[in-house]
Structures are given as C-alpha cells and as structure tokens.
Design a protein around this ligand. Structure first.
Ligand code: HEM
Length: 820
C-alpha cells in the first residue's frame, strides 16, 4: 500500500512538473526528433521506400499516387529488386514487394503448396466467384484446372473458339467499327464489349449482345462490371469497415449485393436451360441435327452426364463459368487497348505487322483483292504471324493487364536467397515494375521493341517467372493460347482495315486497379486504310501514321494560307519523306515506243500498242496516237491516263480556237499549248509526246518532254524503246523519203522497239491516214476452238445516224481505246 502511494505521488508530481515546465512546442520537437531518428535509422538499415511511424508506407504511397506504377518500379530498382513494407498500425498488412524472378519462381512453383490464393482472397471474392477456379484452392481447384486444361487445349475447342472469334470479329466488331468510322470512339470500351461477348460465347455458349451496332447496355454485362469493381473495393478497404458495410448493405456493398444477384440469376438460368437442352437429347454429339455444342458449360455437362458421383454440381458449374468470364474479359481487352495505343506511337512496328499480314495473304492460293471487305484469317495464318506475336508479347510486357499480384504464405518460410517471410504476411510481385528493370530486360527495357522476342526468324518465349504476365507454375493462365489467338485475330483484322489515330489531347494513363485499365479510356478515330495497301504493293517503306499526320498538318497549313493556282503539297510531302530516309518507289516504267518522221509530203507517226502496269501487260492493243486536230496527231508515252488527259485537253482547246478564228489549227499552236501545260506541272504529269502535223506552213514534227521542254526534228523517237527505234532512224533515215519508204521505216523502228524493249509490244499503229493495227508482228496464237457466242441478241437502241466529217480516214482493223 505504501509503495502504491509512493508511485501515485511520483506520477502526480512529475505530471505537475511537466505541466508547469513543458510547452506544446517541446512535445512537437520531441516527436520531430523521434521521427527524424526513425527516418535516419530506416534509411540506413533498409533500401525500400520511406515507412512512417503509425501510418507505415501509406503517406509515401499517397505522395506518389498520381504515378504509382512508375514510382513502384523505381522503388524496386532502388532497392535492388525487393523491399519490405508495412501498412498502417493494426491494419495487419505487411510483407515484401519483389521483382526478383527467383523469389517469384519459389512462390509460384517450387513451394507452390505454401502459397495458395489464401483466406483473405477467398473471403473477398466469395460472394461473386464462389468456388470457381479463380477463387479455389486445393482439390476444388485441382479438379477444375484438370478439366479446363484438357478442354481448352483440345482440337475441338481450338476449332470452336477460332470459329467463335472469327464470327464475332467479322460479323460484329468490324461492323461496329465501320459504322463508327470517322467518329470518335472509346476503343477500350469497345474491346471490353468484344471480349465479354467472346468469353460468354466460349464459356456459356451464349451471345450476350454487347457488340450490337447501337452498343446497348446489357444488364448482365453491367452487373458483371459492378460486381468486379465492388469486390476489388474490399481489397482496399479494411475488413473492419467492409464487413459491417456488407451487414448493413450500404455503399459499394449494396451495389455488390444487387449486382451479384443479377449475375448469379443469369448463370443459374443458363445452366438450367442448357442442362435440359443437352440431357433431353439422346445425341451427345449434336442436338437436333445441329453441330455439337463445344462451349465449356456444355462440355462439362456432357462429361459429367453418366458419372455416378458428379463433381460439378449446378452451383459449381455456374461458378466455373463466371470465373472464366472474369479471367478472360478484362485481361485481353485491356491488353489490346494498350497494344493499339503503342502502335499509334510506333508506326514502324505497324508497318512491319502490315507487311507480315500482306505477305501471308499473298501466299494464299487466291490472294484477296485489294478492296476485299471481309478477310477471314485462318488459325494457320495467325500462327505464321511471328512478328505480330512478338509485338503483342512486347506490349503485354510493358503494360501487363494484371500488373501486380500477391500470395500469402501458410507457414513461416525462407526464400532461396535467405530472405525470411512470416506466415500471415504478403509477398507482392509487380509485373509492371519488372518490365522496366534494366537488370531483367537490358538497357532498352523502356522501349517497345518486338524484335527482342525474335531470334533467327522464330518467336522465342521467356521464362514464366521473368515474364509473369500470364502467371507461372501450376496456376499459369489456362487461357493463354486462346488469348493470343483472340488478340492476333483482332489486331490483324483491325489494322489491315483501319488506321487508328488517338484523339489529339486525349490523356492516356493507367488506372489504379488490379487490372491495368486506361484511366480515361482510349479515344480514337478510325480511317479506312485503302491507301496503305497500295503503298505496300509499291514497296513504300513508311508508315501510314506519318502520312496521316502529314496530311492533317498540310490540311491545317492550307487552311491558314489561302492559295490560288496549283498545289505542290504532294511534292513537299515526298521531299519530306525522302529527307526522313524513306525510300520512294521507283517510277513506273510503262514501256512504249513512239516515233515520227517527216517524209516528202508530210509526217508519219507510229506507236506500239502495249500498255503495261508494272510487270503486267494491262492492254495489248491500246491506242497511243491521239487525235489533236484534223491535221495534227500526237503520240504519247508515259502514264496512259496522263497522255490521254493532256492530249484531250489541248485538243478541245484547239477546237475552240478553230471555232473562234475560223481557221485550221497550226502545229505550233498545239506545241505551245502542250508545252505550257506540262511546264506548269513540273514533270508531275507523266506525258512524253511526239507531235506531228501538216499546216499551211508545211509538215512539222516535235518532241515534248514531261517537264515542258521541246525539240523540233526531222525524225524523233520517245518512250522506253526509243533507243532501239532511234538506231533504225539514224542508220536509215534520209531526206525526201517517199510515203511508202517512210511507212516502212516507221514500222521497222517500232518493231525494233517492240522486240528490244520489254515494255513495248503488240502491234504497230501508223499515221497519216490512221493505219490502226497497220502491222501485227507478234499475234496471239491461242484462239478458242469453240469461238465466242452471245446469249442475248444485240438490241437496237438508236436508229438516227449522224454523218461525221473527218479529214483523216481511220482504218479500224481491231483494238480498243486506251483505258484511263
Ligand atoms: C492477355 C490476356 C490474359 C492475361 C494477361 C491473363 C493473365 C492471367 C493471370 C496473371 C492469371 C493468374 C491470376 C491469379 O492466379 O491471380 C490468370 C489466370 C487465369 N486465366 Fe488468364 N489471362 C489472360 C487471358 C485469359 C483468357 C482469355 C482466359 C479464358 C477465356 C483466361 C483464363 C484464366 C483462368 C481460368 C485462370 C485461372 C487459372 C488457375 O487459377 O488455375 N485468361 N490469367
């Protein structure tokens, strides 16, 4: 009693002393000293981020919340790959954060048994997932895993899932994109709808209808989204908060309760109806003569049908399918959204992907036409898309849909490197941070470089524990193969058809969540890609993105400065591309021999009749001698459409001039009009001409080059066969040739062009009289034995005959007009 009184007096007197001698400032200073001491001690003893008294790591995390993923990655680099952390006092969260592949391998594989999903995980997801594979441990998990593995890797499932994806992509996704082209759309949302429909089809065998063109709100899909979000909220809210919330059904717990009801009712109805449908049918392989159902639910029902002790109860069937939808929905869509965003930032990767697709399509027995709308890629073709596989893997590396995960040891444990880990603590492993570690991926770890996945033209995979994007060990993602097929098909189908452009000013950053959503979605516009396919054909080596940006830039410049006259924007574009190191295609050699000479009374013009398009003979009997005026004709070499257009244009100007003056056109007038027209386009109108005619001043022959320069000569040749033709003229031409000698010499020169130049060919046209197909030196030898018959009689549409007054007789032996 005496000692009790003494103690009491001591406490009272010391309190009085403190009260009279200490100020608040003293207490604050003392706390500050403790804090500084603690911080220094912490800095000296650990390498991880700052852990504060009472609040643990929370204030540090809050300080970096806006860029939490980057900060986490840097913290792992600074700490050499692993650091301990502690949450708030009494929060019960503590453990280790790691990016060390050795430790990850240990928990996911070597000592797998000690690191199950655990109680904390199960109790948070129990309302939603029940005993489904995603939330199960031990035997419950093992049985589901076995069935899922064997079904998803069977040939039957491969065929079925491939067909389901193809159908959804071609009949729904591309239709929606088509309807939205030119408009701003949230690509992430659209992809979420796609993967939701796709996983529902694969898991439940139902069409959830999210991808209808109006993009309707589907109650089941909405409830699924709500229930996922609310379940995740339980991970960031202490149990002593969310459990009472659940009891009183308030806040996110109320939403969770209502949404779970909708999801479970849908699952329950589907299972009930499918069972009735399948079990009432005697034919397991097909119902009512239809092809057999291969979705996971139907397969499980059929597998369990004749078993006495069925493992899958109705409730477990529901849980199993719901787990699949959860696992397959967000991951692939989010992965795809980041992929498309990265592609818009890396046009060279996009070009390589397109080239790969192009080559694969060209290898088909019947390659698709340039503007073919629906292209169904086969599984075999997708397998050959090695670069695309690498690009998708690289994008998943940088933006892993499951960016971090954690495990709880069941008993105290020691990692292979001696790190101690207590029962009840957590081991958090961070895939986002791992991707940015130089020690794991090299100096270019931050770069999007698909090439790192390719060796000797083959795709090379990485260790599951360094590339933990699909988890590893016995719980490796069971849908990995399916996910790759799905993503490759979506990417190939979309990129082949559209150029994607992120809306200017749209912010792209990750949302803090267990799945790495884009916080503000991915707002894009899509443009049909017809141009690129042409460029690919010509062997252009630049990206559509560059072109697109440049067109936009040029368009905005054009808007700023009002201009008149001709636009040389495309020349500037080509200059800029050439400076950027991009190789333009070589000019198309159209292949022509055109010639002309002056004989004693006039002019003779000649041309071959072959029109080529690259290596292809597009027209064997086209006309290269164009009418200008009754007394003037003009041979054209270069681009067929250009020569046709320019001679037509000048011809009509000459006609107007004749009406105006009432006099015959003079050859020099035609020459001046042609040269000034071509000069204005500085060689961009691909027309090289031989102009000939007879007027009051006598016969005249001129050559006109595409840039507008001209020459006046007694004999002239142009086109790719010009050298061969010129050789004939130079050796045999003389002044005062007779008409027949002139015709023979022109014919010989053209034949020389035809037989010495690959581009020139077919027949010989000649003029003064228009001797159409004057000579056929290499005629077609195959003629249909049955001839040609026409099923319908020719119909007479007009009987009125308007006589034409021509100065020159056109002797039509055969042949077609040159096509534009
Ligand atoms: C890019 C796409 C995907 C990624 C990155 C991905 C990633 C993952 C990860 C990290 C896990 C382990 C989760 C954990 O244990 O906490 C997992 C498990 C799983 N995934 Fe995927 N996944 C993808 C696509 C899919 C798809 C399309 C399906 C099915 C249609 C699917 C089905 C599953 C299932 C059933 C599990 C549970 C496996 C088990 O616990 O044994 N996944 N996935």
């Amino acid at each position: 009693m005496e000692s009790y009184n003494m103690m009491k007096n001591l406490i009272l007197s010391s309190t009085k002393w403190m009260y009279s001698h200490l100020w608040f400032s003293d207490i604050a200073i003392a706390l500050l000293c403790i804090f500084i001491f603690n911080s220094i001690l912490q800095r000296l003893t650990t390498t991880g981020p700052m852990t504060w008294p009472v609040f643990g790591i929370l204030p540090t995390v809050m300080l970096h919340i806006t860029h939490i993923y980057e900060w986490g990655g840097q913290a792992l680099i600074d700490s050499g790959g692993s650091f301990y952390y502690r949450g708030m006092w009494m929060g019960g969260t503590y453990g280790i954060v790691t990016s060390d592949p050795e430790k990850i391998e240990y928990i996911l594989k070597t000592n797998f048994k000690n690191y199950p999903k655990g109680k904390a995980y199960r109790e948070r997801f129990n309302d939603f997932l029940g005993d489904g594979i995603f939330n199960a441990d031990d035997d419950l998990w093992r049985q589901q895993r076995r069935v899922a593995n064997s079904e998803m890797h069977s040939a039957r499932f491969s065929r079925f899932s491939m067909h389901a994806i193809q159908k959804l992509v071609n009949e729904k996704l591309l239709k929606v994109l088509d309807a939205k082209k030119g408009c701003v759309l949230d690509l992430q949302d659209l992809l979420l709808r796609f993967t939701f429909d796709n996983t529902c089809a694969v898991a439940f065998g139902v069409d959830s209808g999210c991808l209808e063109v109006g993009l309707p709100e589907i109650p089941f899909a909405k409830a699924f989204e709500q229930v996922t979000f609310a379940s995740l909220m339980r991970f960031v809210t202490p149990p002593y908060v969310w459990k009472p919330m659940k009891f009183f059904r308030i806040g996110f717990e109320k939403t969770l309760h209502e949404a779970v009801k909708i999801v479970h009712e849908f699952a329950e109805k589907t299972v009930r109806e499918r069972k009735m449908e399948l079990l009432s049918s005697n034919n397991n392989e097909g119902i009512n003569g239809n092809s057999p159902k291969c979705d996971l639910l139907s397969r499980l029902i059929l597998l369990e049908k004749d078993k006495k002790d069925a493992f899958f109860t109705d409730k477990l069937l529901q849980d199993f399918c719901i787990s699949f939808i959860l696992a397959g929905r967000d991951t692939s869509s989010v992965g795809l959204a980041w992929f498309f965003w990265l592609i818009t930032k890396n046009p060279s990767v996009e070009t390589k992907i397109l080239n790969e697709i192009h080559d694969i399509l060209q290898n088909r027995e019947n390659p698709p036409k340039e503007n073919q709308e629906n292209i169904y890629f086969t599984e075999e073709e997708l397998r050959k898309m090695v670069y695309l596989q690498a690009a998708i893997s690289e994008s998943l590396r940088l933006y892993p849909p499951v960016s971090f995960d954690h495990k709880e040891p069941q008993v105290d444990d020691v990692f292979p490197d001696g790190t101690v880990i207590e029962k009840g603590s957590r081991v958090v492993y961070c895939m986002y941070g791992m991707a940015r570690m130089e020690s794991l991926w090299g100096k270019d770890c931050f770069e999007f470089r698909p090439e790192r996945w390719i060796k000797d033209g083959e795709f090379v995979s990485e260790s599951q524990f360094k590339y933990t994007v699909f988890n590893g060990g016995p719980r490796l993602c069971v849908g990995k193969k399916f996910a790759y097929i799905q993503m490759k098909l979506v990417v190939a189908s979309i990129l082949w058809r559209y150029t994607i452009k992120v809306v200017e000013g749209h912010r792209v950053c990750p949302k803090i969540n267990t799945t790495l959503y884009m916080k503000y979605g991915l707002l894009v516009t899509l443009e049909p890609r017809a141009k690129l396919q042409t460029n690919l054909d010509c062997g252009f080596d630049f990206s559509v993105m560059d072109l697109h940006e440049m067109h936009l830039k040029m368009a905005s410049e054009a808007m700023d400065v009002p201009k008149t006259g001709f636009s040389f924007d495309l020349c500037r574009r080509n200059d800029m591309l050439a400076k950027k190191g991009m190789k333009p295609p070589s000019y198309l050699k159209t292949g022509t021999t055109i010639v002309g000479l002056i004989f004693e009374n006039g002019v003779i013009l000649g041309a071959d009749t072959r029109a080529t398009e690259g290596p292809i003979v597009a027209d064997k009997n086209c006309e290269k001698i164009h009418y200008m005026a009754p007394n003037i004709y003009c041979c054209g070499a270069g681009t067929a459409a250009d020569t046709e257009a320019v001679t037509d244009n000048i011809s009509s100007q000459l006609k107007l001039h004749r009406y105006h003056t009432g006099r015959e056109s003079r050859v020099v007038t035609a020459l001046t009009l042609l040269k000034s027209h071509l000069f204005r386009y500085q060689g961009h109108v691909s027309a090289a001409l031989v102009l000939g005619g007879v007027d009051v001043t006598g016969p005249h022959l001129h050559t006109i080059y595409p840039h507008g320069s001209t020459d006046t000569l007694p004999f002239a040749t142009m086109g790719s066969g010009s050298l061969a033709a010129m050789a004939i003229f130079e050796s045999e031409y003389r002044e005062g040739l007779t008409r027949d000698e002139g015709v023979n010499l022109v014919t010989k020169a053209i034949c020389s062009g035809i037989f010495n130049d690959l581009g020139s060919g077919s027949n010989v046209d000649g003029k003064k009289e228009y001797l159409r197909n004057h000579l056929t030196p290499n005629p077609r030898t195959y003629i249909s034995s049955r001839g040609y018959t026409f099923s319908k009689k020719a119909e007479v549409l007009l009987t009125k005959i308007t006589p034409l007054k021509e100065l020159v007789d056109v002797v039509q032996v055969g042949g077609d007009a040159m096509e534009e």
